[in-house]
Design a protein around this ligand. Structure first.
Ligand SMILES: NC(=O)C1=CN([C@@H]2O[C@H](COP(=O)(O)OP(=O)(O)OC[C@H]3O[C@@H](n4cnc5c(N)ncnc54)[C@H](O)[C@@H]3O)[C@@H](O)[C@H]2O)C=CC1
Ligand SMILES: O=C(O)CCC(=O)C(=O)O
Length: 427
């Protein structure tokens, strides 16, 4: 093991700044209050129980050593191991990873998965690195966090700019450290080393089911529904494919370079053929909208599937979509989301809409533990029933209590952790 760990855990971590975490905490606070749990529950659940900061030295192809900073946050292990993806992105921060771990807890609670939330990230830009450099970084990260992760402790998965290949390197490094093959350590792996059928498209299938169910409740059919998707990576591109196959009209897609829009519908198979491994395709088109113009185009459903804080008080008044379905984590600021709700725009929150990914990751872990693997049809059937149940539960609670779907999802998501913390004697 390299001597590359600089561990800052819990209280020794610098104070987290305001932003995505603070707004998530507000909703968690209200959810706990409405459920009748006192302030001590909020104090326990407002931030991760553990936040590890690591420094990872990587020998770059030109021979120099670059030191990267990474994080792993574990929000709560009150009901079981923690679970959540790893992001490779230049804008990763401790605050972002912490908020992402809290959102993972809410998803696992809402979908009744036997986990708490976890999340990791490394400040880096893999688009500018060679494959060898990315592999060395992925392996270095696993060495650095190896003490706090494992199939019964904390189980990582892919997120922004990470994929099945990176999961394979991470699994290999972890198995070397432990000296036995340990497929349950990580999910989102390639099929031949213990991945699950259906995991690659699971987040998108879950988002598509959320769109279909929520639209139906608004009296809209999926066929002919005009959808704009922001982000054309794993989630956005697979979503475009599924919606196109279901007869919806994908009128817009975008990526880091900008967006393309056609009210008559785009040629999705052609775009899928031409996208690169980082989810870029619009750079091949001379006529494209800027990312800020793109979000304002008319459509029935806008699906942010890229990064946080895309719909804010700066652009919310100009959003024309009738429904927002959050495939990304945290794409709508809390104020903007409340504003949309007041305007009668249905916002299907991230912790509900994008939980298909972690749900099938759970199925992958179950299959690894039992050593018996399901067909894609079985996986998708199990996912479909969990998604439909969760969407209906959240929208019903939102209606019956006249609260936002986000608050309803948080109430349903957080309850198990408050109860488990009480039963364990932590609060
Ligand atoms: N991969 C998964 O299973 C899950 C992902 N998510 C969330 O979905 C979102 C997307 O994740 P992935 O598709 O896995 O990532 P990815 O790395 O495969 O794709 C990211 C996409 O976002 C685009 N993008 C980056 N910056 C942008 C910007 N400023 N404006 C417009 N587009 C931009 C990129 O060009 C790329 O098309 C993230 O918020 C992630 O946390 C949520 C649940 C599970
Ligand atoms: O598949 C997983 O375990 C986690 C997916 C994830 O990172 C997310 O839902 O944001």
């Amino acid at each position: 093991m390299s001597g590359n760990k600089r561990i800052l855990i819990g209280a020794s971590q610098p104070a987290l700044s305001e932003g995505v975490l603070a707004s998530t905490q507000k909703v968690v606070h209200e959810a706990l209050e409405r459920l009748g749990y006192g302030e001590s529950y909020y104090e326990l659940l407002k931030e991760p129980l553990r936040l590890l900061t690591v420094r990872i030295p990587v020998r770059m192809d030109d021979g120099h050593v670059q030191v990267f900073t990474g994080y792993r946050a574990q929000h709560t292990d009150a009901v079981g191991p923690t679970k959540g993806g790893i992001r490779f992105h230049p804008s990763v921060t401790a605050e972002e990873v912490s908020a992402l771990s809290l959102w993972m807890t809410l998803k696992c609670g809402l979908f009744d998965l036997p986990y708490g939330g976890g999340k990791g990230g490394i400040i880096c830009d893999p688009r500018t690195m060679s494959l060898g450099e990315v592999e060395r970084l992925a392996r270095g990260y696993v060495r650095a966090i190896s003490q706090i992760v494992g199939p019964n402790k904390d189980i990582p998965a892919p997120d922004v700019y990470t994929n099945a290949q990176i999961m394979a390197w991470m699994l290999d490094e972890y198995s070397r450290i432990r000296e036995y093959d340990s497929p349950g350590f990580i999910t989102g792996k390639p099929l031949v080393i213990g991945g699950s059928q259906g995991r690659e498209k699971a987040t998108s299938l879950g988002v598509a089911i959320s769109i279909r169910e929520a639209a139906a409740q608004q009296g809209l059919a999926i066929k002919g529904l005009k959808v704009c998707i922001q982000g054309f990576g794993n989630v956005g591109s697979n979503l475009a494919e599924i919606l196109d196959q279901w007869g919806a009209l994908v009128v817009g897609i975008s990526d880091v370079h900008g967006g393309i829009y056609d009210e008559n519908g785009l040629d999705v198979p052609n775009l899928l053929d031409r996208r690169d491994s980082f989810g870029s395709v619009t750079n091949l088109f001379s006529k494209r909208l800027s990312n800020s113009e793109y979000l304002l185009q008319p459509c029935d459903v806008l699906v942010p599937a890229a990064l946080e804080n895309q719909i804010t008080m700066d652009n919310v008044e100009k959003i024309q979509a009738k429904m927002i379905v959050e495939a990304a984590n945290g794409p709508t600021s809390l104020e903007a989301s409340n504003k949309l709700h007041e305007r009668g725009v249905l916002v299907v929150p991230d912790v509900l809409a994008n939980a298909g990914g972690v749900t099938v990751s759970y199925f992958e872990w179950v299959q690894n533990n039992q050593g018996y693997y399901w067909t894609e049809e079985e996986v998708n059937r199990k996912l479909e029933s969990k998604m439909v149940e969760a969407v209906n539960k959240v929208l019903a609670l939102s209606k019956s209590r006249t609260i936002t779907p986000r608050l309803a999802a948080y109430m349903l998501g957080v309850q198990k952790y408050a109860e488990a913390s009480r039963l364990r004697g932590w609060v």
